[in-house]
Write a protein of this length. Structure first.
Length: 186
């Protein structure tokens, strides 16, 4: 199993760049999965704020996913400290009124911002959340490029995304032109 390089200070041999890894070529439908809500119109009054509701999960699968997400938050917070915000609440207004978006993590690096969505199993919803909701909102908050990454415990290459998924081993080696997938077995 390859070493996951998350720290800018980690040593050892360099890992391959994301652009040299195999992208998933499976393409999904052009419509989002059920329950996904697009930004209607141009978002305005975008800001961090508000309280994040506590989700305990109802089913076994939800509880398993939330435990995995907490492990990822704990490790990224230990590595990056205040550079990593977990479950940051982003308030914004669109044509439907005041809304909230809660990405699983926002990592502020010197030259870019990495938005993270944590899923126990690789899924199509993550692409839609990262690219059609969190990315556009974070572009309004930061004057830096936004890179998107799904962190998963289990990766299924047959899961279809609207664009190809780029497998990566590091949050520092994401391509700005595709959404990265980091398989991390914690």
């Amino acid at each position: 199993m390859p070493l996951t390089d998350l720290s800018p200070l980690s040593g050892g041999s360099p890992l391959p760049d994301a652009s040299t890894l195999s992208p998933s070529v499976r393409v999904s439908r052009a419509t989002p999965p059920r329950g996904f809500k697009f930004i209607r119109g141009t978002p305005s009054n975008v800001r961090f704020g508000g309280t994040v509701p506590h989700n305990r999960g109802r089913t076994y699968a939800q509880k398993l996913g939330l435990r995995y997400e907490q492990k990822v938050h704990d490790v990224l917070s230990a590595i990056y400290g205040s550079q990593f915000r977990h479950s940051a609440s982003i308030l914004f207004e669109d044509r439907t009124g005041l809304r909230r978006a809660i990405p699983d993590g926002v990592l502020e690096l010197d030259d870019r911002v990495v938005v993270v969505e944590v899923k126990y199993s690789h899924c199509e919803l993550a692409w839609w959340q990262l690219n059609k909701l969190y990315g556009p909102l974070l572009l309004r908050l930061f004057a830096k490029p936004i890179h998107a990454c799904e962190i998963v415990h289990s990766f299924d290459p047959d899961v279809k995304w609207p664009t190809g998924a780029m497998l990566t081993h590091s949050l520092h080696r994401l391509s700005p032109h595709s959404t990265g997938v980091l398989q991390w077995k914690l």
